[in-house]
Write a protein that binds this ligand. Structure first.
Ligand code: C2E
Ligand code: MG
Ligand code: MG
Ligand code: MG
Length: 285
């Protein structure tokens, strides 16, 4: 495209590309040291059972605070972590620390919560993945049922037969599996009848205009009906307003996650959040 606009434009485009590469290189170099320098942390976003109006658990979301570069969003560094393989040590760290937090909340008196952790394709495809999960469950002594692994359609589609086999093994371990960003992949629905998964998380692109766009409303309702027929739970992601919540409720989604209820919380705010919401529910009752 730039080439057509003549030499100057072309050079300008080239500089921009180089600036992008440079930024990438900076992120990559710093990401290598982020773990040992303790720059990574987890935030936790509550998930709410719509009908029981009860917090059922949290999704762990990775945060990177660099002393000079500041907060770098996951959308900027996760793809680079995936391309460089750094996602493997980082992913191990996330899994272990998410499980340790769950244990902490138990010690504070909050039982039967669950923790959802995002898994990249590379992590999922590791030969020793199931063994790793087992080891982390043992080491942190959490109940396997309380750990939910979030994968995307893309991970499954890559190699459907080995995905089924890995998911089957994970099911035997007892962990829960959800399909994240559901509805944004290019896969056929056929794979859903083969896969031992528990939950579909409807992508927030369907939720954000659910109150104004009849197609989003129809798709959310249809996905939910299909999921329930398949005995799957449905999480609506990215619920930001009361209006969206009421549409999501009407569509019979089971769980909401979004800014309307809570933003992702720094880990040292979680116990207070749980205490406050418990008091709010008791007052309502
Ligand atoms: P995701 O797994 O789909 O996580 C949900 C994202 O939506 C989070 O963004 C969350 O902060 C955001 N969100 C939640 N509620 C709302 C809302 O009401 N409105 C809007 N606009 N956004 C909302 P975040 O934390 O920036 O993470 C982005 C993505 O990065 C995640 O999407 C996930 O794919 C990836 N990611 C985050 N942590 C990890 C991790 O530990 N491992 C891996 N492999 N990927 C991760
Ligand atoms: Mg997720
Ligand atoms: Mg998602
Ligand atoms: Mg995602």
């Amino acid at each position: 495209r730039a080439k057509k606009k003549g030499r100057n434009q072309y050079e300008k485009a080239n500089v921009e590309v180089n600036a992008g590469c440079f930024e990438r290189l900076i992120i990559e170099n710093n990401l290598r040291k982020a773990l040992e320098k303790n720059e990574l942390s987890l935030n936790f976003q509550p998930q709410l059972d719509i009908r029981k109006e009860k917090v059922i658990g949290f999704e762990a979301l990775l945060r990177w605070n660099h002393p000079d570069l500041g907060n770098i969003p996951p959308s900027d560094f996760i793809p680079i972590a995936e391309e460089t393989g750094l996602i493997l040590p980082i992913g191990d760290w996330v899994l272990k620390n998410a499980c340790l937090k769950l244990k902490e909340w138990e010690k504070a008196g909050f039982y039967s919560l669950r923790i959802a952790v995002n898994l990249s394709a590379q992590q999922f495809l590791q030969k020793n993945m199931v063994e790793k999960i087992k080891a982390i469950i043992k080491e942190t002594s959490i109940e396997p049922e309380c750990l939910e692994l979030e994968i995307t359609e893309g991970v499954v589609i890559h190699d459907i037969d080995s995905a089924i086999s890995v998911l089957q093994q994970l099911k035997e371990v007892g962990v829960q599996i959800s399909i994240d960003d559901f509805g944004t992949g290019y896969s056929s629905l056929n794979y859903l009848k083969e896969l031992p998964v528990n939950t579909l998380k409807i992508d927030r692109s369907f939720i954000f205009d659910i109150d104004t766009n009849p197609s989003s409303k129809a798709l959310t309702a249809a996905i939910t009906t299909m999921a329930h027929d398949l005995k799957l739970n449905v999480v609506a992601e990215g619920v930001e307003t009361y209006k969206q919540l009421s549409y999501v409720k009407k569509s019979s989604c089971d769980v909401i996650q979004g800014y309307y209820f809570s933003r992702p919380l720094p880990s040292d705010h979680v116990v207070n959040f749980l205490i406050n919401t418990r008091q709010a529910v008791q007052k309502d009752a």
